[in-house]
Design a protein around this ligand. Sequence first.
Ligand SMILES: [Zn+2]
Ligand SMILES: [Zn+2]
Length: 278
Amino acid sequence: MTYAPSSTDNYCYRHPDRQSFVLCQRCGRTVCAQCQTQAAVGVHCPECVREARGAMPRVKPQAVTRGRSMVSSGAPVATYAIMAVSVLVWLVQQVAGSAVTNELAFFAPLTLSEPWRLITTMFVHGSFFHILFNMWSVYVFGSMLERQLGRVRYLALYFVSGIAGSVAVSLIAPGTAAIGASGAIFGLLGAFFVIERSLGGRGVQILVLVALNLAIGFFVPGIAWQAHVGGVIVGAVIGLIYMRTRHRSQNWIQIGAIAGLGLLLVVIALVRSAQLLG
Ligand SMILES: [Zn+2]
Ligand SMILES: [Zn+2]
């Protein structure tokens, strides 16, 4: 296989046989999953962590230390939080019934007056298997991507892709009320595929998985396939943006690009909503 890029840029500086696209946000060297320590934005390499520790005052209350160790140990905290909120909403739905669903679901004409539905709909599910399958996908792909991207980038990917899913529904099937994390999850799949590819992998498995799920969406009635298509396209674009702006010096370009993309999608949703009302 001569497919892998020859650049050492894509290999961990401590483990030259391990591929990774993640750069230390302090020194800019590539680090593999084992060598990463989570920071608020991105990750740090062991040397930079040691340096930062040396510069920090030693005395800290124990509770703070314990909380930090969970967060900095690389546990996919954001993924767990997304799952926890989704399950909580599901439980409330079981108790309070369809009123909750009606308040939180995405429905294109309502975006102008109740824009939060773009976000809340990602936490609402229609059936036990719907939430089971979605949470399983979030667990598998979310925890992987959260480790690779860092918490903030991962959350941006999740929510912007989810919004993209709703925007696609509003453009293609504006009369449909859509619920679920599927748009966001397809965004994770799209980004994962792009990142695998640019590391030199062929990403065939993930491509098969995406194709299979898109196909299911097309043929099984009651599934908002439009959200899947919107999510996977925008997720892939975000993956591409992350790949092209890995260096610390490009942080602001990256933030600008992602924020711009998110803003553009929200504006499209609002304009579409106004158009549907008018
Ligand atoms: Zn470093
Ligand atoms: Zn390593």
